[in-house]
Structures are given as C-alpha cells and as structure tokens.
Design a protein around this ligand. Structure first.
Ligand code: GSH
Length: 201
C-alpha cells in the first residue's frame, strides 16, 4: 500500500493506524500548496478532492476519507484491536467517536488554519472547539482511551487532531485528561515511529 500524506496532517491518523496494525505502507509526501506528490504521481488525478490522505491499495485502488481509511486498516488486521468487530455495539460506539472527531473537531479547526479568517470567525471556532474539547475531557478524565479499554482507531484520530490545538493558539492546560491522553498516545512505539517518519519527533 501507499499512503499519500502531509506531515502532521489528518493523514497521520491513518499512518498511526497502519503502524499499529503492522501493515506495511510506503509513505508519499504531498505538498498541499501545489498538490504535487513526491513520487511524481499526478495527485489530483489520483484523488480529485486534492487533499490528503489517499491510501492506494496493492491493486492500485485509491481510497480516501480518514474515517473510511481507519476502518479499512482496522479490518485488515482485526487482531490489532483498532476497531471492535462489525455489527457489535462497541463498533458503533467507536464509529460514534470517529464521527465526532471528524465533523466536530477535525473540521472545527478549519477556520484556525485559515490565515484570512476574520478574528470574529476565529473566536467563534475557538468557542465551539472548547465545548467539543469538554466532551473529550469528560471521557478521558476517567478513561485511558476514547472508545474502549485499549488504544483504537478513534484514539489515533483524536491524537492527530488534538496535536493541532496548541500550535493554533488553544492551550490544552484546562484539560488535564486530554493532556495526559496526548502524552500516553505519544509514548506508544508505533506512534513514535509514525511521528519520526513524518519528521515530527
Ligand atoms: N474529509 C477529508 C478531509 C481531509 C482534510 O481535511 N485534509 C487536509 C489536511 S488535514 C488537507 O489536505 N487540506 C488541504 C486542502 O484541503 O486542500 C477526510 O476525512 O479525509
């Protein structure tokens, strides 16, 4: 497989999941400003959405969207325990967290990434994200991981997007559960390897 990614972007969640699942994948860096890929691939032709991540399977099929890719990776190696079996309530609970992270937190950060965003828009985004962070904090105050007793796909995604908070001006000091979660996940060997491979260690 090949993972088209940008260092530290949401593609990191899929990268972590691949390493946690022990699935080999070649990393290909994409320059998001120019939409060019390091391997010379015409990236918009591969993924007309233009953004990362794209996972190219061994038969050449391109799959996109973090939520779908996390499920794909988890299902390639169920023994890694990244997601509970399909059809179980635990699976839906994990998908509930992945959906929350994707739509409420990942996309909630969008105005903070936009240098042209007006200050009122930025402050509104910070207000909404603060309320979403409270949901995470409530869960993580008494639980090591989001969707179950052990690390899973939702945690890879939450770790990835919550890393953006401090650099985007949202100090995580008010949320000790989130801070401890970030430290806990960052200490995992697969996560350390993923961060190092993306030049983020
Ligand atoms: N819905 C997409 C969102 C992906 C996304 O937001 N990718 C960002 C990086 S985190 C990106 O590539 N942005 C550049 C762009 O949109 O042009 C997914 O879940 O995969």
């Amino acid at each position: 497989m090949k993972l088209y990614h940008a260092p530290g972007a949401c593609s990191l969640a899929v990268h972590i999941a691949l390493r946690e699942a022990g699935l080999p994948a070649t990393l290909v860096k994409v320059d998001l400003a120019t939409r060019t890929a390091d391997d010379g691939q015409d990236y918009p032709a591969l993924n007309p959405k233009g953004y990362v991540p794209t996972l190219v399977l061994d038969d050449g099929t391109a799959l996109t969207e973090v939520s779908a890719l996390l499920q794909y990776v988890a299902d390639r190696n169920p023994a890694a325990g990244l997601l509970p079996p399909a059809g179980t309530l635990e699976r839906y609970r994990a998908l509930e967290w992945i959906g929350f992270i994707a739509t409420e937190i990942h996309k909630g950060f969008s105005p903070l990434w936009n240098p042209a965003a007006h200050e009122t828009v930025r402050q509104a985004a910070i207000g909404t994200l603060t309320r979403r962070f409270e949901v995470l904090e409530h869960r993580l105050a008494g639980n090591a991981y989001l969707a179950g007793p052990s690390f899973g796909a939702a945690d890879a995604y939450a770790f990835t997007v919550m890393r953006w908070a401090a650099p985007l001006g949202m100090d995580t000091a008010p949320w000790p559960g989130i801070r401890a979660f970030l430290d806990r996940v960052a200490a995992r060997p697969a996560v350390r390897q993923a961060l190092a491979a993306e030049g983020l260690a």
